[in-house]
Design a protein around this ligand. Structure first.
Ligand SMILES: [Fe+2]
Length: 280
């Protein structure tokens, strides 16, 4: 296994590993250790199918269906991200930095995404380092960092997500899902990584709506300030080629998909593994 770290400090490209072959426990441990260091690992030139995707994700934890799909009785653990001329990518939503499912009480430990169809232009995914963001914040303003360590924030799916559910599953099912998920979850603003112990800035523009105990204006202003710390240099961008597989740490990073590929077809299949409540 050859690991080429990104010069930004987040992410690495991995060569000389065929994820379609049987992965030994030793190699699985090496990959997990590399993920603890780099946060995101891009495996280029792979040829996994969905069964292979599930097998790879299963090396590091139990896979669950998307929480909304599970609530509606679904058992399929592969989620499909799909856009074409009839389903163009929307602004907002996935194009904002987010942690998958942070509106629920537990988030996945890792996610594995494989490219089925990649647009010839655009459609990159970018990750940002939540540990690096908190380090930078604490260096710039130690008092703010200390205040944030005692705060909690509400994450909820938001109006756009509700609208998408209505389009996909109709008003009736969307209404039931909204009763279950609409209120969201309360999470610490500064979480501690369950494996590495690093402090993480655990807010995201996609799902974090308000900070507990602050006025609406103060909460909005502070969240905007915090979101700004993810726009630093510690990012990793992956431009998809068909077959590529990217594995990332959902605690350590936030991610966003670029919606700059117009009406081109883009299809990615995702499988997550593990589930842990963010805590400190
Ligand atoms: Fe996502």
């Amino acid at each position: 296994m050859e690991i080429v770290p990104s010069p930004t400090g987040l992410g690495a490209t991995v060569r000389n590993v065929d994820l379609g072959q049987d992965i030994s426990l030793d190699l699985a441990d090496q990959i997990r250790a590399a993920l603890d260091i780099h946060g995101v690992l891009a495996f280029v030139g792979q040829s996994l199918d969905d069964d292979g995707l599930k097998r790879v994700a299963g090396l590091w934890g139990v896979s669950h269906p998307h929480p909304v799909a599970a609530f509606l009785g679904g058992t399929e653990t592969v989620s499909v991200v799909f856009n074409d001329a009839e389903h163009p990518p929307a602004e907002g939503g996935d194009s904002l930095f987010h942690t998958d499912y942070s509106f629920t009480s537990q988030i996945p430990d890792i996610a594995v995404l494989r490219s089925v169809t990649a647009p010839d232009v655009g459609g990159a995914t970018t990750w940002s380092d939540a540990a690096g963001a908190f380090r930078r914040l604490a260096t710039a303003d130690a008092d703010l960092a200390e205040r944030l360590r005692g705060m909690r924030a509400t994450h909820d799916p938001g109006p756009r997500f509700r609208h998408e559910m209505e389009v996909r599953m109709g008003a009736d099912l969307a209404g039931r899902a909204d009763e279950q998920f609409g209120a969201g979850s309360l999470h610490p603003v500064v979480a501690v990584h369950p494996r590495t112990g690093e402090e993480l800035l655990f807010v995201n523009a996609g799902f974090t709506r308000s900070i507990e105990g602050l006025s609406a204006d103060d909460s909005h202003d502070l969240l905007q300030q915090l979101f700004g710390f993810f726009d630093g240099d510690e990012q990793f961008e992956h431009r998809w080629v068909e077959g590529d597989v990217v594995i990332w740490d959902e605690h350590r990073t936030v991610h966003r998909g670029s919606s700059d590929f117009g009406t081109r077809r883009r299809e990615l299949h995702r499988c997550t593994a593990g589930a842990t409540a963010p805590s400190r």
